[in-house]
Ligand binder design. Structure first.
Ligand SMILES: [Zn+2]
Length: 371
């Protein structure tokens, strides 16, 4: 029930002229418990927030700016007409008392007891409103001092006028042709925007390619240098190593296919030369793969290098099917290899070696798992 009594019960025999409202409501003061020390000590309990970082001198602990305390607030004096208040707080860590006063003269607070401000402020810092001392005001009332002050002010005035004139001329010069300046600025902006767009496009392409959901930083010279040091091998390297291992130590030189004359006296056709080259290549590969399988000294090196590359022993070498017709038509007189010559009569798919004791005797060609 809202109304004059604010929803409180007032007995019918209550007389406001004899007993006041708060006493009637059971309160000793209008401010309640906060005013419990008001009559005895003259202090009111308020919520106080430390205005800066403080070192407690009782326990040497740090109290950060903005920590809240229940403080006993008391008026202790005046600076002109501005009251000076004292706030006494109890440090919850050591139960030591810290007293802080307002400082209207310097528009700040000062710790007067039980603590120390972390760093004292510079009184000449920018943004501080200075209020002159009464002594200083008295000094300025002196006619000689007034005259001196006037001379100083005049000197300052002429100096400032000179500077103002400079600034004014600079401003005039900068704004004499706004169109040209604007044109220049817009031109630079367009160039930068174009470059920025290109970088953004490249970055977006990289993000898209690698499905990256992170922000990429711009490329630096160091990145370019490091990227150039990395070589992504395409497998040709291991093949070259295998070939070098399996080549005969004192082998014959690579045969150069000269423009030979056929037996019937006519020059060889391009087709014949290509066939001859293909045949020689096949013979070379055959000799190499046979050597890889048969040479007991080569076996270990070759197997370990293959294992390093593939993580497993690949075993028998597989050849492409299209090599088969050439093999069957092989001319023994040009082969120049005894092992191949001995197995000339064997089927094209299987080349069998006589010496079974020195290694795997079967080299299969034309497998179905050709790849
Ligand atoms: Zn303390």
């Amino acid at each position: 029930m809202q109304g004059f009594n604010m929803g409180r019960y007032l007995p019918p025999d209550w007389d406001p002229s004899k007993i006041n409202w708060n006493k009637q409501a059971g309160k000793s003061h209008a401010l309640g418990n906060r005013a419990s020390k008001l009559s005895s000590q003259g202090s009111l309990t308020v919520r106080f927030e430390t205005p800066f970082n403080i070192w407690c001198s009782h326990c040497n602990n740090h109290i950060a700016q903005g920590v809240r305390f229940n403080a006993e607030k008391k008026k202790i004096g005046n600076y002109y007409t501005t009251p000076i208040f004292s706030f006494r707080v109890k440090h919850s860590v050591c139960n030591g008392w810290i007293e802080i006063h307002t400082d209207p003269k310097n528009t700040t607070y000062k710790v007067v007891e039980g603590g120390k401000r972390q760093s004292e402020p510079d009184p000449d810092r920018e943004g501080v409103i200075k209020i002159k001392d009464p002594e200083e005001i008295d000094r300025l009332e002196n006619p000689f001092a007034k005259l001196e002050q006037k001379a100083t002010d005049n000197a300052e005035k002429s100096q400032h006028a000179k500077r103002l004139d400079e600034l004014s001329r600079l401003s005039d010069r900068m704004w004499e042709d706004p169109y040209t300046h604007s044109q220049k600025v817009r031109k630079i902006f367009r160039q930068e925007k174009k470059a920025r767009k290109e970088v953004e496009k490249d970055t977006e392409a990289i993000r898209d390619k690698h499905s990256l959901a992170i922000t990429l930083l711009p490329e630096t010279n160091e990145d370019i240098r490091l990227a150039k040091l990395v070589d992504f091998s395409d497998g040709q390297y291991m093949k070259a190593v295998d070939e070098a291992h399996s080549r005969p130590l004192f082998g014959e030189a690579e045969k150069v296919v000269e423009k030979s004359i056929r037996r019937d006296g006519k020059p060889m056709l391009k087709k014949d030369i290509a066939m001859k080259q293909s045949k020689e290549r096949l013979q070379r590969d055959l000799r190499r793969s046979t050597r890889q399988k048969m040479d007991p000294f080569l076996q270990d090196t070759f197997d370990s290098s293959r294992k390093e590359q593939d993580g497993a022993d690949v075993g028998v070498w597989l050849k492409r099917k299209r090599s088969r017709p050439l093999l069957s038509n092989q001319d023994t007189s040009t082969a120049g290899n005894e092992e191949v010559a001995e197995n000339q009569d064997a089927p094209a798919s299987v080349v069998q070696n006589d010496d079974k004791g020195s290694g795997p005797g079967l080299v299969e060609y034309g497998s179905d798992s050709d790849s």
